[in-house]
Design a binder for this molecule. Structure first.
Ligand code: CO
Length: 329
C-alpha cells in the first residue's frame, strides 16, 4: 500500500525581496532566527513561527519515514497567493513559487510532489499558469476558497474550474483570508472558527448557486480540513432547501445530492468527526491530509486514519488509494 499525504505546505527558504521588487509594503518574507527555525513575516509583522521541515526536503523525508508516509503533496502557504495585489504581481509570484516548489521536489521526485498556485484574480492568467505548471510536473493546483468578495460560484472562477476539468487538473481548495476578522483577533479564532466556516461557505456556494450544474462532472475537486464545518450541517441545508423557496432558487436538486462532486481531506483531528465525514462522503471521497508541518496539522501523520474503525479496503483507500486516483499518480 502506498500512503499519500495530500495536504502539506511548503515555503521556500528564501526568495527575492518582493517589497523592493514591487515597491509596495507588507510582502511575505522569511526571517531565519536560529538553526532550523524561522519566522514568516508580513512586512514588519510576525505572522507565524515555523521550522525547517517547511523548506528543507531532507527533514520532510525524515518525518515521512517516521510516520510511514510514502508520498507527500505540498502546496504553497496561502499567504503567498497575493490575490489582493495587482494581477501582474500575482502572476510573477505564482511562477516564482511554483518553480521553487519543483526545485524542492527535485530532492526526491518520486516522493515529493507539488500543487501549483495561480493568480486567481486573473482567470486567463490562472488557466495559463495551471497548464504551464502541469507540464512542468505539478500534480494539480491549490486555490484559495475566495477572491475578495467573490465566492467559488463567481463566473470567472467557474471558468477556471471548467478549464481544470477539461485539462484533467485536480484542484485542492484551501480556506484563507478569513471572514469576521475584527471579532476574531485572539486565540487563533480565525483558524478555529472562521476557517471551517470559509470552507463550508465555499461548498455551499457551489451547490446552492447551481454551479455544479454548469461544471463538468470530470472536475476533480477536493476541500481541505474535511470540508470545514459542512458535513455536520448538511442536514440543516437540506431541510432549508425543502422548506424555503429562496434556498431552492438556483439549486434544482437536494443539496446533499451534490456530495459526489467533490472530495475532502481527513484533517479533522477527532475520530467522531472522521466517522461522520466518512459516513457523509463515503470511503472513496476522503483523502489523507495532515496540514503539516504546521502546529495546527496532524503531528503524527495518518494516526487518526490508521486508528479509525474501518474496513481494511477503506483504510487503504483513505491512506493512499484515493489520492493516487485523484492526482493521477
Ligand atoms: Co493547510
Amino acid at each position: 500500500m502506498t500512503v499519500v499525504d495530500m495536504h502539506t505546505h511548503f515555503i521556500p527558504k528564501q526568495w527575492p525581496d518582493l517589497a523592493k521588487k514591487f515597491s509596495t509594503p507588507n510582502w511575505p518574507w522569511m526571517r531565519h532566527t536560529e538553526a532550523g527555525k524561522a519566522m514568516i513575516m508580513l512586512g514588519q509583522d510576525e505572522y507565524r513561527p515555523v521550522y525547517q521541515a517547511l523548506w528543507d526536503p531532507s527533514i520532510r523525508l525524515e518525518e515521512m519515514d517516521r510516520d510511514g508516509v510514502d508520498i507527500q503533496i505540498m502546496s504553497a502557504t496561502p499567504i503567498l497567493f497575493n490575490y489582493e495585489r495587482p494581477a501582474a504581481q500575482a502572476i510573477e509570484c505564482a511562477e516564482l513559487f511554483n518553480d521553487l516548489a519543483l526545485e524542492l521536489c527535485q530532492y526526491k521526485p518520486n516522493r515529493l510532489k507539488a500543487l501549483a498556485q495561480v493568480p486567481l484574480q486573473d482567470i486567463d492568467a490562472s488557466c495559463k499558469e495551471a497548464s504551464r505548471a502541469m507540464s512542468n510536473g505539478h500534480l494539480g493546483v491549490q486555490i484559495g476558497n475566495h477572491v475578495g468578495s467573490k465566492n467559488l460560484d463567481d463566473e470567472g472562477i467557474v471558468t477556471f474550474l471548467q478549464h481544470c476539468a477539461a485539462d484533467n487538473i485536480p484542484v485542492l481548495v484551501h480556506p484563507w483570508d478569513m471572514l469576521g476578522r475584527e471579532r476574531m483577533s485572539k486565540y487563533m479564532m480565525q483558524w478555529l472558527v472562521a476557517m471551517p466556516a470559509e470552507t463550508h461557505l465555499s461548498i455551499m456556494s457551489l451547490i446552492l448557486s447551481g454551479a455544479f450544474e454548469r461544471i463538468s462532472t470530470d472536475l476533480k475537486l477536493c476541500f481541505a480540513h474535511g470540508g470545514g464545518s459542512f458535513a455536520y450541517l448538511m442536514g440543516r441545508v437540506d431541510n432549508a432547501w425543502r422548506h424555503r423557496d429562496i434556498v431552492r432558487e438556483d439549486c434544482p436538486n437536494l443539496p446533499s445530492s451534490y456530495l459526489s462532486r467533490f472530495s475532502v481531506d481527513s484533517a479533522v483531528f477527532s475520530a467522531d468527526a472522521l466517522a461522520l465525514l466518512i459516513n457523509v462522503m463515503g470511503e472513496d471521497k476522503v483523502l489523507l491530509g495532515s496540514d503539516s508541518p504546521f502546529p495546527l496539522g496532524e503531528q503524527k501523520v495518518g494516526k487518526l486514519v490508521r486508528e479509525q474503525s474501518l474496513s481494511e479496503l477503506g483504510r487503504e483507500r483513505i491512506l493512499g488509494g484515493n489520492a493516487i486516483d485523484f492526482f493521477n499518480i
